[in-house]
Design a protein around this ligand. Structure first.
Ligand code: ADP
Length: 521
């Protein structure tokens, strides 16, 4: 070898004849140490993530790199000259695996394997390994280069992913009464669980690959509902609605569905997931309830009219009897009692008619600018005769000036009258007190009607405004109502853009009804 030329690279011993052979051939340095061979060797030496090493044809280690140290934990001096079975598991050694691999690599030139190896710390690591046979120009086997990479972590991650996918699949498959449908970004169906099969009648095989709109009705398709659903899901992150969908056999059924877009952790759209549930039962129940409710409203309306019709002639006849028998001391109290009863019936029947008009949206208000201060004074004035002959007293506290509201006078009188009537009904005859007050508060007028009667339990304070609700303990059949008064009152106040609520410190401690009405401009 000439002085200026330095042979670089490792020499490996060949099993045949023990001749030293140059492995890093062609790496001849002309002067400096930056020859290609040096660089290559440096490169190989410095790769840390791959164990790169060489073995002779019999499997004894002849070259060891930093990467090999890093991956296996063995230092160069610990492994040079040792057989590669050092890294193999006892099972593989027993089955003759190391020798088999070398024979195969020698025969085919290159083999790639995944397998378990034992690192210096005794731990098993999964590696991916490529063994390449190295031959000289004459084709004589010099040994093998081995490059292996530790893929334990990757494998564990893959397994974890597989397990979570498996769990997801099991969840999807075990949900039987809920359809879970996945689709790609173009809303082509990619997943169809057993619930979807049950609901829509298509098998997974039939549904996958079809557009997501196969379950929509023709009308919904024509009006672009499927695309709207996708657009809403993308815009709001969620699109939920209830609508009729179509089964494979063409029958329609009512479905509650919700679609959400699926994004990767990097924000890339993966597709959509849609959950759907059969609501036919509920829808049918709702329809039955609506029908029953409509029938009830119709019945109440009819009842109201039928009951009201005879009342006027009866009342007129009673007045005639009264006028024609002014001095009949036996008849007069009877006629007066009948007139009172008839008036009470008129109130009840009017409530019935109002309730049915309100629930059918048929009530019409004749609103105008009204002086509310004067209107309350007038209502109370008209009401006072009811208190006559009882020990009940009424205190009125109205503002000095007029406050105007935009309202139907007769309806406001009806509201006040109704609450005053209740105050009388539910307060003691001898010591009953009723307070009526009104005051302005910002843009609202507030009317308060309070009594010292039986009071209302906290839990009933909102229920009493529902139709047909009467609080059991307070039912007074002698003044029997239908539990409609307050529901009519509430609707009437609301039709005036106002609110009403009740307050009470509890049973036996009186009640207060507070009405708010917006002041007219
Ligand atoms: P009713 O015809 O039964 O009076 P309402 O709708 O007017 O029907 O009232 C509903 C229920 O609210 C009454 O049955 C009663 O239990 C309760 N209630 C109404 N006003 C008062 C009040 N001033 N004090 C106590 N309870 C009341």
């Amino acid at each position: 070898m000439n002085e200026g030329t330095k042979q670089t690279g490792s020499r490996i011993s060949s099993s045949e004849g023990n001749k030293k052979r140059v492995l890093f051939t062609g790496a001849v340095n002309h002067g400096g140490n930056n020859s290609t061979g040096e660089l290559l060797k440096l490169l190989v030496q410095n790769v840390r993530d791959y164990a790169i090493f060489m073995i002779d044809p019999a499997g004894f280690i002849v070259e060891w790199t930093e990467g090999a140290e890093h991956v296996t934990g063995y230092q160069t001096h610990e492994v040079l000259g040792r057989h590669l079975s050092l890294f193999y598991t006892p099972e593989e050694i027993a089955s003759g695996q190391p020798a088999r691999e070398l024979t195969e690599a020698a025969a085919t030139g290159r083999i790639e394997r995944e397998g378990w190896r034992i690192a210096k710390d005794g731990k098993r690591r999964l590696i991916n390994e490529i063994a390449t046979a190295i031959r000289d120009a004459q084709g004589e086997l010099l040994g093998f280069a081995k490059i292996s990479r530790d893929i334990t972590e990757r494998k564990l991650m893959e397994e974890a992913l597989q397990q979570s996918e498996e769990r997801l699949r099991i969840v999807m498959e075990s949900v039987r009464d809920q359809a879970i449908i996945t689709s790609d970004p173009k809303n082509i169906i990619t997943g169809w669980n057993i619930g979807a099969c049950n609901l829509f009648g298509y098998s997974a095989q039939e549904a996958i690959g079809q557009p997501g709109d196969i379950v929509f009705t023709e009308e919904d398709k024509a009006s672009g509902q499927p695309a709207k659903e996708v657009a809403t899901a993308l815009k709001d992150g969620h699109a939920a609605d209830e609508r009729y969908h179509v089964r494979k056999d063409g029958s329609t059924f009512y479905v509650s569905g919700a679609m959400s877009p699926l994004y990767t952790s990097k924000g890339q759209l993966l597709g959509f997931v849609k959950m759907a549930r059969d609501l036919t039962e509920r829808k049918m129940m709702e329809e039955r309830l609506n029908t029953a409710n409509r029938r009830k409203d119709e019945f109440i309306a009819m009842l109201g009219h039928e009951l009201r019709n005879p009342l006027s002639p009866v009342r007129n006849s009673l007045h005639i009897i009264k006028m024609t028998h002014p001095n009949d001391s036996e008849l007069t109290p009877l006629v007066d009692m009948m007139l009172r009863q008839i008036d009470h019936m008129v109130v009840l029947v009017n409530d019935l008619l109002d309730v049915s008009r309100i629930s059918q949206g048929k009530i019409s208000l004749r609103k105008q600018r009204v002086d509310l201060t004067a209107l309350i004074a007038e209502s109370v004035e008209n009401f006072l005769p009811v208190l006559e002959g009882t020990g009940r007293k009424l205190h009125l506290n109205l503002p000095e000036k007029s406050y105007f509201v935009f309202a139907d006078e007769s309806r406001i009188i009806q509201v006040i009258n109704n609450i005053l009537n209740n105050a009388v009904k539910y307060s003691p005859e001898d010591t009953g007190r009723i307070w009526v007050a009104a005051a302005q508060s910002g843009s609202m007028m507030i009317i308060r009607i309070r009594d010292n009667g039986i009071g209302i339990a906290e839990g009933d304070l909102t229920d009493i405004f529902e139709s047909f609700v009467q609080i059991e303990a307070t039912i007074d059949r002698s003044m029997g109502g239908l539990g409609l008064g307050l529901s009519v009152v509430k609707k009437l106040v609301e039709l005036h853009q106002g609110t009403i609520h009740a307050e009470s410190e509890g049973l036996g401690r009186g009640s207060e009804f507070i009405i708010r009405l917006p002041l007219a401009e």
